[in-house]
Design a protein around this ligand. Structure first.
Ligand SMILES: Nc1nc2c(ncn2[C@@H]2O[C@H](COP(=O)(O)OP(=O)(O)OP(=O)(O)O)[C@@H](O)[C@H]2O)c(=O)[nH]1
Ligand SMILES: C[S@@+](CC[C@H](N)C(=O)[O-])C[C@H]1O[C@@H](n2cnc3c(N)ncnc32)[C@H](O)[C@@H]1O
Ligand code: SF4
Ligand code: SF4
Length: 325
């Protein structure tokens, strides 16, 4: 469906749980965030009903995210349900990769097309420090598995944090020479847990790009990678993979925004940064029809803002793991 600013809204990101098995320093406090009671979190059937209604008004791409989506019990069933909807042509996953290796074949069989991993360091000690508990080898094994199963394009999301992983950007870039992997540097956003800490540790994509160009020479800009998100891609000469940038802060990409978000407790959010939400949980539980759900989704699209106003600060009660990134 086309919104009020002539953008085609065809992408729905679903946070299937606010729980997580890691505690990344920019996302959650060490003790985790206050969890939504299970009864308030949508069931897999309810998520699938929303997908069906959304597909009637033009949603074609679904991303399953969280919290950590793979800690949700029976999550494979949701992929199965979504893949029965023939209007949906892309089902993807954003995961920290801890549990992916064991589940990969089942997820692929259930309809998963591709996967984005979050991995902020290639050094096991630094990785543990950033995630407060993660084991690098678990994630690395999962990435290998995704490549083996040809879940292409396989992407790595690297949140750039000054003083933590800024000495590793060239190592991430080198990875793309050898492996068909798409590394994306994400600008740290002052959301939830990391606000205002993020402001002091922020690195602009331009600085990373400049550093890589000094080290490796000019990067090729004529690069296209399958995806629905806002990354801009480059590559090193003769490389198998690419290097992308998600410039959420330094150069927002709202003019081309194509997405809606559904929180784990059934609230439809037209914009990552906007506080406004549209309740789907109540109608879902009161027996709303597919058409009635589609009407609410249409209303949310009509209320999608032209761009974010992050400069006003983050005054929302929600954190990234509830919204799904
Ligand atoms: N500001 C802003 N940031 C976003 C938006 N969508 C994604 N991001 C950022 O990009 C990060 C990575 O997104 P992913 O979950 O990997 O999904 P994607 O980039 O849409 O995926 P592709 O379809 O593979 O391009 C998110 O965690 C956010 O930090 C958006 O609409 N606005
Ligand atoms: C909230 S996580 C959910 C999915 C899964 N747990 C994971 O980490 O991939 C989705 C993405 O949001 C990113 N993210 C979380 N907090 C962020 C922040 N403050 N700024 C930028 N990206 C952030 C993570 O790095 C991850 O790539
Ligand atoms: S970024 Fe993902 S893995 Fe890290 S704490 Fe947040 S939800 Fe968990
Ligand atoms: S900030 Fe809002 S309008 Fe801008 S790209 Fe993200 S979701 Fe879309």
């Amino acid at each position: 469906m086309i919104d009020n600013y002539n953008r085609n809204i065809n992408y729905l990101r679903i946070s299937v749980t606010d729980r997580c098995n890691l505690r990344c320093v920019y996302c959650m406090p060490p003790e985790g965030v206050k969890q939504t009671p299970h009864s308030e979190i949508l069931s897999l059937e309810e998520f699938a009903r929303v997908v069906d209604a959304a597909s009637d008004i033009g949603i074609r791409k679904i991303r399953i995210t969280g919290g950590e989506p793979l800690v949700r019990k029976n999550i494979v069933n949701l992929f199965e349900k979504i893949s029965t909807n023939s209007a949906i042509d892309d089902i993807s996953l954003t995961t920290n990769g801890v549990l992916f290796a064991e589940m990969a074949s089942d997820l692929k069989k259930a309809g998963l097309n591709r996967v984005n991993f979050s991995l902020d360091s290639l050094n096991p000690d630094t990785f543990r420090d950033i995630t407060r508990m993660g084991k690098f080898n678990d994630v690395w094994r999962s990435i290998q598995k995704a490549l083996e199963l040809e879940l292409h394009p396989v992407k790595l999301n690297v949140v750039a944090v000054r003083g933590i992983n800024d000495h590793e950007f060239a190592d991430f870039a080198r990875l793309t020479k050898e492996i068909p992997i798409h590394v994306r540097f994400i600008e740290l956003m002052p959301i939830g847990e990391c606000n205002p800490w993020a402001v002091g540790n922020f690195i602009a994509a331009e600085e990373i790009l400049h550093g890589l160009q000094q080290k490796f020479g000019l990067l090729d800009t004529q690069v296209k990678v399958t995806g629905s998100g806002p990354a801009k891609y480059y590559c090193l000469p003769n490389s198998k993979g690419t290097i992308g940038f998600i410039t959420a802060i330094s150069e927002h990409f709202c003019a081309g925004c194509n997405r809606l978000r559904l929180t784990a407790n059934g609230q439809l959010r037209p914009c990552l940064y906007g506080k406004q939400e549209f309740d789907l949980k109540t109608p879902l539980r009161e027996g709303a029809s597919r058409q009635e759900l589609a009407k609410i989704i249409t209303k949310a699209i009509r209320h999608k803002p032209s761009q974010h106003h992050m400069e006003d600060g983050w005054r929302d009660r929600r954190v990234m793991s509830q919204i799904g990134g």
